[in-house]
Ligand binder design. Structure first.
Ligand code: HEM
Length: 109
């Protein structure tokens, strides 16, 4: 199963009833792993609904931990919002250019 998820969708799953975390652009549903995590529940609850790449790497998790992780993958993050905002800025810049162009023509004539 590989869903395409936005970070705002992931953000909703931020509690022990439904706990998703992002590591390197992949989304993991670790709700059922919460009670099994050797590092305890707290680090996972802290990272719930968020990107935990740094936290995960900083601990120096073993290869074992990485293969456990794979089992919980549910999908990957689409850079929906940042892409959308880039497009928004591009359109804004274009609109500004058109307005400036029209104004310039008006004043120049
Ligand atoms: C959700 C995916 C995760 C999985 C599958 C996972 C798995 C594991 C495993 C198997 C261990 C035992 C040691 C090892 O094999 O490396 C461990 C320890 C630990 N994990 Fe995670 N972990 C996850 C996420 C996190 C996150 C996001 C943090 C945030 C800081 C974290 C913090 C820790 C800590 C503090 C330990 C204890 C290290 C120690 O006692 O030496 N883990 N984890």
């Amino acid at each position: 199963m590989s869903l395409k998820l936005t970070s705002s969708e992931v953000k909703k799953h931020n509690n022990r009833k439904s706990l998703w975390i992002v590591i390197k652009n992949d989304v993991y549903d670790v709700t059922s792993y919460l009670s099994e995590h050797p590092g305890g529940e707290d680090p996972l609850l802290d990272a719930a609904g968020q990107d935990a790449t740094r936290a995960f790497e900083d601990v120096g998790h073993s290869d074992d931990a990485r293969s456990i992780l794979k089992k919980y993958k549910i999908g990957s993050l689409i850079p929906g919002e940042s892409c959308g905002s880039k497009l928004k800025w591009a359109l804004l810049a274009l609109a500004a250019a058109v307005i400036i162009g029209v104004a310039y023509k008006k004043y120049a004539s």
